[in-house]
Design a protein around this ligand. Structure first.
Ligand code: SF4
Length: 323
């Protein structure tokens, strides 16, 4: 097996807050992502998943731990190494309108990275821009139009084309469809997954909702208050969720009557997630967990094997009845 493209070891990203205290946005994440893998990273807003994405690219500094991309330790990298890494790893954001420059045409948006990073000779740029547009399902005849002349879904296609322009090895997509109309979300998700699979690109796909990632991910990582609480093959995590938090997320996935999961009980989450400034002691999920016992308030559960390819962070895994 080849070495993982991305390896995070015990990564912590903390921020001091003005009136005292520390936000522990990412608090001990260990994760490796293989070349060509699509990993879905899921959790409620504020669980630290977007901060983890920014930590990977060192857009926010790592408090502790290491981020290794393509064998290079980015947490101790010089400016030149970081510059190269940010070309290898491209981000796609939730709101394409905010991430695209409204004063640049599609042509200028896509030509700029090709020229700045000398991806191709200047004479080849127009053909390259046209090819990128075709790859994301946009007609090249629209290359002189501006972002506001496109729909939300088309703008996200432009953002995907811009990410592909630099021929990255890793794409980090942070909630890329949550600002889009439900009717076009599936088109954009399938486009992104198909493009990554065709190029053997690694995709870290961040979402707050399991139903968005369940079909396109090879593996799913579930994050709660700065920690990964479950990690494994997508089908296993969805069909046999082990951690009580994952079970709640899975039970909230809309199903149709013919689906085997239709008979599953709904396990609504009680209350909001606690603040990452002062997370609960022991298992961070204990104030909302229906299976919590006194020991859960004292022990920080490590990720342990829940099945041959899956890990979950819960001290009562063997005692909780299957869903
Ligand atoms: Fe619930 Fe305890 Fe497991 Fe945490 S360790 S998920 S509180 S049962």
């Amino acid at each position: 097996m080849s070495a993982p493209l991305l390896e995070l070891t015990d990564v912590h990203t903390h921020f001091p807050v003005r009136h005292g205290g520390t936000v522990k946005a990412v608090d001990g994440v260990t994760l490796s992502v293989a070349r060509g893998e699509i990993l879905g990273l899921v959790g409620e807003s504020g669980c630290g998943k977007s901060t983890l994405a920014r930590t990977i690219l060192q857009l926010v500094p790592t408090t502790a731990g290491t981020v290794i991309l393509e064998g290079k330790n980015l947490t101790r990298a010089d400016a030149a190494t970081l510059h190269a890494a940010r070309r290898d790893a491209q981000m796609i954001f939730q709101d394409p309108y905010a991430s695209l420059n409204p004063r640049l045409t599609v042509y200028a948006t896509l030509a700029e990275p090709l020229l700045v990073h000398r991806i191709c000779p200047p004479a080849d740029v127009p053909a390259r821009v046209a090819a990128l547009m075709e790859q994301v399902g946009l007609a090249p005849r629209f290359m002189r139009k501006y972002p506001h002349e496109f729909s939300g879904g088309q703008r996200q296609r432009i953002a995907i084309a811009r990410a592909l322009a630099l021929e990255p090895k890793l794409i980090i997509a942070d909630e890329p469809v949550s600002a889009l109309d439900v009717s076009i979300q599936a088109q954009i998700l399938n486009l992104l997954a198909d493009l990554c699979r065709a190029r053997n690109l690694t995709l870290l796909f961040i979402a707050h909702d399991l139903s968005v990632v369940k079909h396109l991910s090879d593996r799913i990582a579930v994050m709660y208050l700065g920690k990964i609480v479950e990690l494994g093959p997508a089908a296993e995590v969805i069909d046999h969720p082990a951690h009580p938090y994952t079970r709640s997320l899975v039970s909230a996935i809309p199903t149709v009557r013919t689906d085997a999961r239709a008979a599953r009980p709904r396990l609504p989450l009680a209350g909001d997630p606690p603040s990452p400034i002062d997370p609960p002691p022991g298992c961070r999920f204990h104030p909302r967990c229906p299976y919590a016992i006194d020991r859960c308030r004292e022990i920080v559960p490590p990720l342990v094997a829940a099945s041959p390819h899956r890990e979950a962070a819960c001290i009562r895994l063997s005692e909780i009845p299957p869903l």
